[in-house]
Design a protein around this ligand. Structure first.
Ligand code: AGP
Length: 611
């Protein structure tokens, strides 16, 4: 997703360098071009470049931009191809702008702007905002009024930063949808997409709310609503590491983050398991599980698959009915939700536009809204009734790994806590579940031993054009997650399917060119999945069976490639977390062999802040 950095400084020695550093801290979000504009000696000076930030840095090295006020942007293309012309900032001689979001009604303003003599230079929707503000300035409006008048007309999502040639000590920000933070410095003020973007400049931030406009000078902050009403937003300390995460000894962030999982699960569970590892502790809930008629789980992508695993857990352990949906469908389906229902929103970034919209709908329907997020000050967290944090640390790889398994860890805590509160499990079972959770970090360490085997199997997968993942129960969700991992970083088509559905159509796909990855811990459903694998073998499909020793003993065949994982003693809490690792590694090594951009795959963004 796009990234924004703005600096309004009296004391910043090198604003251009600080802007680029901020963009580097936002690289993990995914982008395809970048740019910056500084205001000095009464005019704007700009560099823009398609591709990676190194290209922008080369321009700055060649012709250094100077000045103590500037805005910068990394663009993830929505309207217009990723090239220099469409890169932000966009400018007229009076105003410069950077934008994250999508303006839905931008076309309706073009005819009037064209007849007013505007010459559009890009294909972007952002340029319409630029010219609407510019026209208002030319009519004599002050900057804040020109921005307000424009924002009253447009529809869609935006986080904006604007500079004004005739007002060198003013920077204006505005937000509706994608987040925007105000940073407080020493006689300096900043705008940034999040705390990470500004961590090298300040830890003191306030976040704008939807519909806010902020007018900054180097010594003042004025926040107002579109109506003109003045508001205050709390300033908080945000302890985000100043150092840009590095890969350490790993070739990619994704590899590092896969290997961090034992520790991130240890960190996360350390918050929710008591010291004796025989009980749970978590934030107070604004509801009683006992009185909860139903749980609704809503998320996108990998976070949705975490929710799907949790559906099985809530239903089987806590006997709680669960409805789950992807946020982009849920928000427009506008489903009736039960009184006193609990809605759980899962999001690594906490900024996914569809998930935020779904949360707003559920709140309006009177649901108790829980957020499971990895970013504490994210929009989803700030709008929730209760926040359950994952402690995965910043996840740089666009393909989510450690965030996913820490989401599962937190969801397991919630399901066990709900079961205890509803007395659907005995005290002994409760303690066994807590002990099982406590084993997870060590078991995750053990699972990583399958890495070499995954690297070898990857050679087989790179030759395929279609790959099927099969599973039952929680393994069905892991099958879909595994397919998503593979397709999003290796660009090979893959599908996750409920193993029992194979004969209802997908079996027609099977031939000797199709690898089928069966995810089958030796649990109560193992034999059922094994018979599906037999059907694949009978049709000469290439089978990779991921199971434990017991499972491989129960079912073996000369045509099966085996991946052996530790036994999970058929504890339904452990296997989805453990079986995530081989599917992550298979995707990683397949992508590595294919030579794709593992950490920033094409067309993808780490945080999808537009719908
Ligand atoms: C996961 O590997 C993908 N990058 C993507 O599906 C992601 O899970 C999805 O966009 C949801 O993101 P969120 O968890 O930040 O809401």
């Amino acid at each position: 997703m796009c990234g924004i950095v703005g600096i309004l400084g009296k004391t910043s020695t090198d604003v251009a360098n600080a802007l680029v550093t901020g963009l580097k801290r936002l690289e993990y979000r995914g982008y395809d071009s970048a740019g910056m504009a500084l205001l000095s000696q009464g005019s704007f000076h700009r560099h823009r470049a398609s591709g990676k930030l190194v290209n922008l840095e080369a321009l700055q090295a060649e012709v250094p931009l100077v000045g103590n006020v500037g805005i910068a942007h990394t663009r993830w293309a929505t309207h217009g191809i990723p090239n220099e012309t469409n890169a932000h900032p966009h400018m007229t001689e009076r105003v410069a702008i950077v934008h994250n979001g999508i303006i839905e009604n931008h076309e309706e303003f073009r005819p009037a702007l064209l007849s007013a003599g505007v010459q559009f230079k890009s294909e972007t929707d952002t340029e319409v905002i630029l010219h609407l503000v510019d026209q208002a300035l030319m009519q004599g409006l002050a900057p804040v009024d020109a921005v307000r008048k424009t924002l009253e007309k447009i529809k869609g999502a935006y986080a904006l930063a604007l500079l004004f040639r005739e007002h060198p000590d003013v920077m204006i920000g505005a937000r509706h949808g994608p987040p925007l933070a105000v940073g407080y410095g020493q006689d300096e003020m900043y705008l940034g997409s999040d705390a990470t973007a500004l961590a090298h400049l300040t830890h003191r931030l306030s976040y704008l709310e939807d519909g806010d406009i902020v007018v900054l000078t180097s010594r003042s902050v004025e926040t107002l609503r579109l109506s003109g009403e003045r508001v205050q937003r709390p300033v908080r300390e945000h302890r985000v590491s100043q150092t840009i995460a590095d890969k350490g000894a790993f070739a990619h962030f994704m590899a590092k983050e896969i290997h961090e999982q034992p520790e991130t699960i240890r960190q996360t569970l350390g918050t929710y398991l008591n010291d004796a590892k025989s009980g749970l502790q978590h934030p107070d809930l604004p509801f009683s599980w006992h009185d909860t008629p139903r749980v609704t789980i809503v998320a996108c992508g990998t976070s949705y698959y975490a929710g799907l695993v949790a559906k099985y857990w809530f239903e089987s352990i806590a006997r709680l009915p669960v409805e789950i949906d992807i946020a982009s469908e849920f928000r427009y389906r506008t489903p009736p939700l039960p009184k006193d229902g609990v809605a759980i929103f899962i999001s690594q970034s906490g900024e996914t536009a569809d998930t935020l919209a779904a949360q707003a709908y559920a709140k309006a329907q009177g649901q108790h809204c829980l957020a499971i997020v990895n970013v504490p000050e994210s929009s989803l967290a700030r709008a929730a009734d209760c926040v359950f944090m994952t402690y995965a640390g910043t996840e740089i790889g666009v393909a989510s790994t450690k965030a996913f398994t820490t989401q599962l860890s937190v969801l397991a805590v919630l399901a066990i806590a709900a079961a205890q509160a509803r007395q659907t499990i005995s005290q002994g079972d409760f303690q066994n579940f807590c002990k099982a959770l406590a084993q997870l970090p060590a078991l995750m360490d053990e699972v990583l031993i399958c890495e070499q085997e995954c690297r070898e199997i990857a050679y087989q997968l790179t030759k395929a054009h279609d790959i099927l993942y099969l599973g039952r129960g929680t393994s069905y969700a892991i099958a879909m997650e595994g397919a998503l991992k593979l397709k999003e970083i290796s660009y090979i088509h893959a599908e996750g399917y409920a193993a029992g559905e194979l004969k209802h159509g997908p079996i027609a796909l099977i031939d000797d060119a199709v690898p089928v990855i069966a995810i089958a811990p030796s649990d109560a459903l193992f034999e059922k999945t094994a018979s599906n694998v037999q059907e694949v073998i009978a049709r000469k499909g290439q089978v990779i069976l991921i199971s434990d020793e017991e499972g491989h003993k129960k079912f073996s065949h000369p045509h099966i490639r085996r991946l052996v994982l530790p036994s999970t003693s058929s504890c339904c809490i452990l296997s989805p977390v453990l079986y995530s690792v081989p599917v992550q590694l298979l995707a990683y090594y397949t992508a590595l062999i294919k030579g794709t951009d593992v950490d920033q795959p094409r067309n993808l963004a780490k945080s999808v802040t537009v719908e």
